[in-house]
Design a protein around this ligand. Sequence first.
Ligand SMILES: [Zn+2]
Length: 267
Amino acid sequence: MPKKKQPSVVKEILSAPALENAVQTVPAETNAAGWDDSREALFDSQAVGPAYEIARPVEQVACIRGFMIDLDLNILNPDVLGAKALTSSQAFYDQHVKVWLDRDPVLTKGEVRDTGHGLHILLWLGQPIICSGDDNRHWDNIARGIRNALPGDPKVNGINAMTRPVGTTNNKESPAAPVRCLREGQPVTREEILDLNRRVSEEPAPLWMRLFNGADRVTPCPVCKREGSSLGVAGKWQCRCYKCGQVHASVLIFRVFRYFSGRAGVV
Ligand SMILES: [Zn+2]
């Protein structure tokens, strides 16, 4: 089929000096794949658009609509989660994330989006939190704390986080992938967010044992896996296995990350 001839009006637009100038002022990094992918803000008016249009610094967030945990398959540990579970967002959700969420009264209300190369867990507030004074920094710390309930990407923003709208395409990594909703969420309250944050920051041992292992005691111990071993909660920050001794709560979550180096934290 012969190439369609461009209408002259298009030629005129393409050669217009204003457009040439506009192109020249676009920053170099905009050549990166997916640079103009659509995002959805979890703050203010929940704007949808490219990140360069809707992103805001923490200090400018006036209204918090929700909190996000970003589960990036690339930073998770196949030795713990299984290589098959990390082959796709859907497999990871089916084999692990669904189970983890169903074990917690707050996380179970999270919406789950397959962002193409990972999962966003979205805790949408029924009533937004209005920020004034130093509230932004306070709630930003809470947003960053909450993502430690699960092995969330530590590099993702707090209250100024952005997700990807369902029905759009993630072009950042190859191959491009559709953004889909895997689980409908339910609204959460400010009190539920504070409760989850309290459990992460003050009682992580029982929280992570229940999330990742489903009980306060599990057999065999998932750290040493030795025959006859078991690991149980032994305080707010400690677990104990009679084979490997005291296990700091942080081991329960660090081991889910790819770069965790063995037995650090086991004393
Ligand atoms: Zn052990």
